[in-house]
Design a binder for this molecule. Structure first.
Ligand code: SF4
Ligand code: SF4
Ligand code: SF4
Length: 163
């Protein structure tokens, strides 16, 4: 009998980088994150927003379902192994994506995510025969995740593709 194993999990267990989009690593992750991270959990303990959780293989991941990243840098300061490092140019390259379960797709004039976004990265585009549809401006989106938790239909994802 063959036992199916999630490829991203298998890669992590064997120290390889996952090739499928996954929950993001904490901000300012080093290019050598998976080699350097000792899985100590210090970043998670330090995060005032409590958005860093234990992910596959014991590596930390960010979960925006109950909060956002304020880019305070406390996780980086707590990381003794330099797996998180402010020498890295930007905290991360992730942006919000809205899937087809968005209530606006079903004719509900919902603008909750736009109201949650301090960056004004979500605009609502008029569409013929539809209510206004949310569109993410990826230039303005910082990947803070503030739009995720308020979305009533759980339609917003921020995933990281590690290559
Ligand atoms: S920068 Fe601050 S809010 Fe963001 S994950 Fe790190 S500790 Fe949490
Ligand atoms: S909050 Fe969610 S359901 Fe409402 S417009 Fe934004 S993505 Fe769609
Ligand atoms: S992740 Fe942050 S900046 Fe990006 S659209 Fe959501 S609330 Fe706005």
């Amino acid at each position: 009998m063959t036992i199916a194993v999630d490829p991203s999990r298998r890669n992590l267990l064997f120290g390889r980088r996952p090739q499928t989009p996954m929950a993001p690593r904490p901000p300012w992750a080093s290019p050598a994150f998976f080699s350097l991270c000792s899985r100590c959990g210090d970043c998670a303990s330090a995060c005032p927003s409590q958005i860093i959780k234990v992910g596959d293989g014991g590596f930390p991941k960010v979960d925006f379902s109950h909060g956002e990243c304020t880019f305070c840098g406390d996780c980086v300061s707590a990381c003794q192994s330099k797996a998180l490092d402010t020498q890295v140019d930007s905290p991360w390259q992730i942006h919000a994506q809205i899937d087809a379960s968005c209530l606006a797709e079903r004719g509900v004039d919902c603008r909750i995510c736009g109201e949650a976004c301090d960056q004004q990265a979500i605009r609502f585009q008029l569409a013929v025969g539809k209510v206004a549809q949310p569109v993410i401006n990826t230039e303005q989106c910082t990947g803070c995740g503030a739009c995720v938790a308020p979305c009533p239909s759980n339609s917003i994802r921020l995933l990281e593709l590690i290559t």
